[in-house]
Design a binder for this molecule. Sequence first.
Ligand code: GDP
Length: 525
Amino acid sequence: MSIPSRRTFAIISHPDAGKTTLTEKLLLEGGAIHLAGEVKARGANRRARSDWMKIEQQRGISVTSSVMTFSRTMDGETITFNLLDTPGHEDFSEDTYRTLTAVDSAVMVIDAAKGIEPQTRKLFEVCRLRNVPIITFINKVDREGRDPFALLDEVADALALDVCPMSWPVGMGGTFEGVFDFATGQLRQPSGPSRAFEGTVEQFSGIDDPRLADVLSAQGHETLVSEGELAQGGYASFDLAAYRHGDLTPVYFGSALKLFGVAELIDALGRHAPPPREQPAEPEPVTPDRPDVTGFIFKVQANMDPQHRDRIAFMRLCSGKFRRGMKLIPSGSGKPIAVHSPILFFAQDREIADEAYPGDIIGIPNHGTLRVGDTLSEKADVRITGLPNFAPEILRRVALRDPTKTKQLRKALDDLSEEGVIQVFYPEIGGQWIVGVVGQLQLDVLISRLEAEYKVEAVLEPSPFDTARWLGGSDADIKAFSGINRSNMAADRDGNTVFLAKSAWDVNYQQERNPDLKFSATKER
Ligand code: GDP
C-alpha cells in the first residue's frame, strides 16, 4: 500500500508564549483558514454551546482539544499536516499528555523574552519519554527579547538537547530588521506600518554576501555577520537522524504575530519531521505499512454537540486504510462496531471522512463504548500500548449530599473515568470512593458535570491519601501485601490493585520493604 504523506504534530508551550497565534498563522499559511482570528472565534462559539464548558469561560482557558488539518505540496508531493491542539493550562495536563501520545513530532514555542518556562519543561519531558522529535520556535522576536545565544544555551542546558540554529533574528524589538535563513540564504524583512512580513524576501549567497549591507542598517548588518558566524560555528549542525531520535532540536526564530518564520516552520515540518512512526504494541510494534487498520483512542470528549448526547472518541490511525462503514473491534469490549459516521476535523467544519490513512485522526461518535486507551483493529490481534495513566497528585473523597443517589454516582464516576476526566478508586474498606486527578481543574469539571449531566450533588472532602501507585508483581506477593495493608488498598476502574499512600515517603518506604513488588506511578493501558 502506498501511504499518503502525513505529518501529525502538536504545539507545546507555556501559556501566553503564542501557541494560539502560531496555530492560527499556520492554518492561514497552510490555506486552511482565510481570516486570522477564526481559531479563537470558533473556539469561543463552540464553548458557548456547551454547559459544562462554562468552566472554560470562567477560567478563561481551553479544556477542549481538537484537530486541525492543512496541506501543502512540496517537491511534487502533497503533504497533509494534522495539528493536534493541546490544552495549554497546566491544571489539565493529563489530557495534554495523552494527546502527545498521538503525535509523531512536536513544535516547542518559546517566548523570546522568557525562555523555558515550567510548562514547557513538563511537556518536553513527556515528549522525551517517547522520543518525540522537537522543532523549537523562538517566538516574539519583533519585541524586546533575551539574547539569542542565551536562549539557545538555555534550551541546550535545561533540556539536555543539542541545538541547531536554522535561522537568525537581525536584532529584536526596536532594532528588529528581519530573519535570516541559514539554509536558503533568504532574508525576510518587515514592511508596512505594522512591520509584519508581507512577502519581502531577498536571496543572498550567505551571511558574508556584501549585498546584505544594502538592505540592512549598518548596525543590523554587523549584528547579523558577527552573530551569524558565531551561531553557525558554535552549535551542532543539522543532523536529521539526531533530530528524529529526539537528541537535537532545530531552532527557528520568528514572530507568529508578524508572520516571521511561519512558512519556514511548515517547510521544516514537511522536510524533516517524521511521517507516521511505528507504535509500541503487543505482540509486536505496529508499523504504518501494515495492511489492516489499527488505531487507538487517545481522547474521549462528551457534549461537543449538545443536540446529541454522544461522545466523540478520537482515534489515531496507526496502520491500514480506513474506509467509512468499516467494522473495527475495540480492545475494551471486544464487540465489533461499524464506523458509519466518522469525523475528520478540518479547520473550519467537521467533515465526514470517507477514508483516512496512518497519522490521521478520526472522531468516532459513540455512546460510551469506546474508552481512552482502547485499541481498535480489524482482527483484534493487537493491542497498542504506551498510553499512560498518571498517578494522581490530588486525591479526594466523594461524599453525596443525597445518599439515595449512590447508584447514579457510581455510574457517573465510571463514565467520567472512562472518558479520562478523573481516575476513580474503590477502597477495599469503607464505602467512600476516592477520585484522583493530576490538576485541580479536573475536580471542578467533575463537580459541574456530576450536577449537569447526572443530577448528582456531591462534595469533595479531603482524603487521608496523597498519591496512588499501581501494584505490579506476582499474585501471591500482591495478595500478601494487600492483606497487611488493607486500609490502603483499592481497585481502579479496571479492577487493578492500587496502593493509596499518605505520602511519597510512604511509597518509598513500602518499595524498600517490598522489593519484589513494583509501585508504578503510571499505568500503561
Ligand atoms: P497562548 O496562550 O500560547 O495560546 O498565546 P497566544 O497566542 O494567545 O498569545 C499570547 C499573547 O502574545 C497575545 O497577546 C498575542 O497577541 C501575543 N503574541 C503572540 N505571538 C506574538 C508575536 O510573535 N509577537 C508579539 N509581539 N506578540 C505575540
